[in-house]
Structures are given as structure tokens and as C-alpha cells.
Design a protein around this ligand. Structure first.
Ligand SMILES: Nc1ncnc2c1ncn2[C@@H]1O[C@H](COP(=O)(O)OP(=O)(O)O)[C@@H](O)[C@H]1O
Ligand SMILES: [Mg+2]
Length: 264
């Protein structure tokens, strides 16, 4: 499939004059897993809206699958999770919300039911399927929203903070689902600690709506100066080991850190 998203020189200015993206170019290939990180208000959500074709950028273009700049023509191939799960859950029951995408795509009733059941099982929603979505907790809503995006098996996943309200067990399960997902994944995540678990590449967005860095996870996460320049700090394991080990050897996750200490 090659290139799935090719964003060129995006600028986005909201009607009140806020410039959320200031000339951003970003190309994402099939199978890539990219984390977009940055401080509050840096433009991560705006970037995702642009990459998912849900806003018309003030300037610049986004090409999808090397084919078209018309997002609506490829809507069923883009799985976009907006920051607020309430934007997804609008049917009478959780079951209908998760089955909505598959139904829109004309998936057979049988296959759709199977997918709903499997996702509900993995994400702990089985007993909640017949409940109205507004009667779910924050974390349950987020899990249901993730299920509704994964249900129609899109070619690319654009997930804005999919883990925010989710506890450790389901966080792991969502990460596993993303790992198993065949295709490009862009995860938007607020915490740097989770990045090495989800991505190989990090795009660091600065407060002025520019890209401060776009590189492999290790080089970005071990660069304290770079992270501090945008108001972030390195993940916990990096802070723990940074004066002890050279950047190439610093464990990036707690598990890797534990392995290092055990083998030492
Ligand atoms: N609808 C809007 N109208 C005006 N400004 C907005 C709107 N949405 C976001 N912004 C502003 O655009 C900038 C980027 O916002 P956003 O993309 O939500 O950042 P992030 O997701 O990184 O926190 C911020 O300064 C924010 O206040
Ligand atoms: Mg955001």
C-alpha cells in the first residue's frame, strides 16, 4: 500500500486567529506506528483532525493512500478517534455504537456481531453492551469508543489520546489490539512513558504548532534538552538511567529497566 498519509505544509488557523499548525509536513507509510507528542495546546488534536480529513486546513494538503486528497472518498479506510469519546457514542446502546461502523460499510450482520462480541470481550464491555452509552464511566466510554473505531477494521488508525482514562489492564489490551492491527497506526499520546510501547517513531509538536523533531523513539526520548525545550521531560526510566548509561543503552520502558538491573 505504500504511503498512507502525506501531509504537506499544513497550516491551520482557527476562526479566532489561533494558529494551531504552522507549516507541518508529515508522511506516514503503511505499517508505521507513530506517536505524536507535545505539550498541552501544541496542536496534536488539530493535526489529527487534519490527518483524518475532518478539518480543512487553512493551507497545505493531505493526500490519502497516494490516491486522493478527498478524505470522504476514503472515509471507510480511516479510523479516527477524537479526543472526546462522547463524539462517538450516540446510539441507544453500546452494542449499536460498536456495530455502527461495520453496518455503514455493509459488513454482514453475522460478521459484525462476531466483531462486536470479540472486541467487547477483549475490552471488558460484554456486560455493558445493552446499556445506553451515556451511562458508562469515563474509562468505559473510552474503551467503547476504541472498540467502535476498531470494529470496522480501518487501514489506518488515528487515535487521539486513546488511553487517557483507561486503567492498566485495559491499557495493555488496547496496546495489544493496536499491535495486532494490520496497517498504519498513529497514536496520539500525552504521556511519554507509554510511547516506547506503542511506537517506533515520534513526532514532537512544539507549542507554536511546528514540528520540533521527527525521529526514532530512542533518539527523541533520550534527548532531555529537546524535550525540555518544548516543556516536556524524558520518561521515568530515561531520567533514572541517563547519567548512568549512554543514550544507546538506556532502557526505555520499566520492563527493559528491570531486565537490565536483573542481568547486571
Ligand atoms: N475550536 C477552536 N477554536 C480556537 N482555538 C482552538 C480550537 N481548538 C483548539 N484551539 C487552539 O489551538 C491550539 C492547538 O489545540 P489542540 O490541537 O487541541 O492541542 P493539543 O491537542 O496538542 O492539546 C491551542 O492553542 C488551542 O487552544
Ligand atoms: Mg489534544
Amino acid at each position: 500500500m505504500g504511503r498512507v498519509i502525506d501531509a504537506r505544509s499544513l497550516v491551520h488557523e482557527y476562526p479566532d486567529g489561533t494558529r494551531a499548525l504552522d507549516v507541518v509536513s508529515l508522511a506516514i507509510d503503511d505499517g508505521e506506528s507513530v506517536a505524536v507528542v507535545g505539550p498541552n495546546g501544541s496542536g496534536k488534536s488539530t493535526l489529527q483532525l487534519a490527518l483524518g480529513g475532518l478539518i480543512d486546513p487553512t493551507a497545505g494538503t493531505v493526500e490519502f493512500f497516494g490516491e486522493t486528497t478527498d478524505a470522504d472518498a476514503v472515509r471507510e479506510r480511516l479510523g479516527v478517534l477524537l479526543q472526546d469519546p462522547d463524539d462517538y457514542l450516540f446510539n441507544t446502546t453500546v452494542r449499536e455504537d460498536i456495530a455502527y461502523g461495520p453496518a455503514q460499510l455493509g459488513m454482514s450482520r453475522e460478521r459484525a456481531d462476531e466483531r462486536v462480541a470479540a472486541l467487547a470481550e477483549t475490552l471488558g464491555l460484554t456486560d455493558l453492551l445493552d446499556r445506553p452509552p451515556f451511562r458508562l464511566s469515563g474509562g468505559e466510554k473510552q474503551r467503547a469508543a476504541v472498540a467502535s473505531v476498531l470494529a470496522f477494521d480501518p487501514d489506518v488508525l488515528l487515535l487521539d489520546e486513546p488511553l487517557g482514562a483507561v486503567d492498566a489492564t485495559y491499557r495493555e489490551r488496547i496496546l495489544t489490539l493496536l499491535d495486532e492491527h494490520d496497517g498504519a497506526t498513529v497514536v496520539f499520546t500525552p504521556t511519554l512513558d507509554v510511547v516506547p510501547e506503542v511506537a517506533e517513531r515520534v513526532v514532537l509538536v512544539d507549542t507554536d504548532g511546528t514540528i520540533a523533531a521527527d525521529g526514532d523513539v530512542r533518539s527523541v526520548l533520550t534527548d532531555r534538552e529537546l524535550l525540555e525545550s518544548v516543556g516536556l521531560r524524558p520518561p521515568a526510566t530515561v531520567r533514572l538511567f541517563e547519567d548512568v548509561l549512554p543514550p544507546a543503552e538506556i532502557p526505555l520502558t520499566v520492563d527493559a529497566g528491570r531486565r537490565y538491573l536483573r542481568e547486571k
